[in-house]
Design a protein around this ligand. Structure first.
Ligand SMILES: [Zn+2]
Length: 274
């Protein structure tokens, strides 16, 4: 009797234990399932984020794909935009790519440009956009993250930059004439800057302060996309501009290749062409 009772008591305890174990197992499974579902959600969310992050990077130099560039460009170019149609017809031959603009060669009278608005507030001549985007995409694929620091400028903006430099030098104690002279070695007089054409870009590295790897990549590869290092270190006497490792000018692929391979600067190349 006692033994039977003990056996029954033991059996009951065992059943209770098993029930507890099953309950614990069930709780465990529910927790596990929750963790799995959460994980899938997180990964799924990440998966959705990744392309858009890449997209944002790509778009940091991208144009507004849908918005008409004219609407944004208008604000900047003002009446220039209105003149667009007359001059637009002429440069279809590609000569626009080789227009020389420097201290001795101001922007042609009534020069107009159809601008493409980049996502980060910059503008470029819309004709150089596809190759510019390709260059940035290819650079990024190779671990180089270029970033546009300066692009198209209005004459007003060019003047502003010039004035800022002059003011800075004057604040350092320079006489006005000296401040102007020094500024002229660094900034182009309004009307003589390639930036006003929308064909020039100042490019730095996106993430770190040291842009040298980006500049080296661009120096070696930008010609494939039609861009040249416009102010090389050994051409300061010809270009009249101090070495600018960041400044690239669009001239089209064939010319960019010739200039890069020959080691000439744009002034020398055009002189040779006659
Ligand atoms: Zn520049």
């Amino acid at each position: 009797m006692d033994t039977n009772n003990e056996t029954r008591a033991l059996a009951r305890k065992r059943r209770q234990r098993r029930a507890r174990q099953r309950l614990l197992l069930a709780i465990g499974l529910v927790v596990l399932a929750a963790v799995v579902v959460l994980g899938v959600l997180l990964l799924g969310g990440k998966g959705k984020d990744t392309p858009s992050t890449t997209g944002t990077q790509a778009e940091s130099i991208s144009v507004q794909s849908t918005a008409a560039p004219g609407s944004t460009a208008q604000a900047d170019t003002g009446s220039t935009q209105a003149q667009q149609t007359e001059t637009q017809a002429a440069p279809e031959d590609g000569s626009w790519k080789l227009i020389l603009v420097n201290a001795d060669h101001p922007l042609p009278e009534g020069y107009t440009v159809t601008l493409k608005a980049l996502r980060n507030g910059h503008y470029v001549d819309e004709r150089i956009y596809p190759e510019l985007q390709q260059m940035f995409d290819d650079a990024r694929a190779q671990g180089i993250y270029p970033f546009i620091n300066e692009s198209y400028r209005t004459a007003e903006r060019q003047q502003q930059i010039m004035d800022n430099y002059i003011a800075r030098y004057e604040n350092q104690g320079m006489r006005h004439e000296d401040a102007v002279a020094k500024a002229l070695t660094i900034v182009a007089v309004p009307g003589t800057s390639e930036h006003q054409m929308g064909l020039a870009l100042d490019i730095i590295a996106e993430y770190d302060s040291d842009s040298s790897a980006t500049w080296t990549w661009l120096k070696n590869n930008s010609w494939r996309y039609g861009f040249i290092l416009r102010y090389p270190a050994d051409k300061e006497a010809v270009t009249g501009i101090s070495f600018e490792p960041w400044h690239f000018r669009y001239v089209g692929v064939p010319t960019a290749q010739e200039i890069t391979e020959s080691g000439l600067c744009l002034e020398e190349y055009l002189e040779k062409q006659g």
